[in-house]
Design a protein around this ligand. Structure first.
Ligand code: CMP
Length: 140
């Protein structure tokens, strides 16, 4: 089915100047960018986005990292977009990510892991709505 998913290019990958290389991978896999904006998240925005992880030991480091510089936020649309994006990203820990994946090629550590991608249809809908009003998502 045609799905949408929320993708974030994290501060480490923005700082490495690889936004375009990551977008190329989305496009080559048949995923369309249907919404996008760059932002330097506030602490409150980052904490709200990752609220599901609030009780985890890595929560504070995660929030600190996500507000350490600008991020590029996009909604991607395409056949099986959620799983396809997760395949392109590779494992959360870049040390475990398969060769040729975004995290294997661009990420340094489990915190500075280059990209975020939604993990399920319900979280995808919530995450897209967190950053984009419906009027700023351009299905195509
Ligand atoms: P992300 O997909 O953005 O979702 C939560 C983030 O927390 C994850 O990527 C990692 O960057 C970060 N993180 C740090 N430590 C862990 C951990 N032990 N398990 C899962 N995520 C972690």
């Amino acid at each position: 089915a045609i799905e949408r998913t929320l993708s974030i290019i994290k501060p480490d990958a923005v700082a490495k100047n690889v936004i375009g290389q990551i977008y190329s991978r989305f496009e080559a896999a048949g995923l369309k960018v249907v919404a996008a904006r760059m932002a330097h998240l506030s602490r409150a925005e980052a904490e709200g986005f990752y609220a599901v992880h609030k009780a985890r030991p890595f929560f504070n480091d995660l929030v600190e990292f996500m507000i350490s510089g600008p991020v590029m936020i996009q909604a991607l649309e395409g056949e099986n977009a959620i799983a396809k994006n997760r395949e392109l990203m590779g494992a959360t820990n870049p040390k475990e990510a398969a060769a040729g994946t975004i995290r294997a090629d661009f990420a340094e550590s489990i915190d500075a892991n280059a990209v975020h991608g939604s993990d399920a249809p319900e979280t995808a809908a919530n995450e897209i709505a967190y950053f984009f009003p419906a009027s700023q998502v351009f299905s195509r």
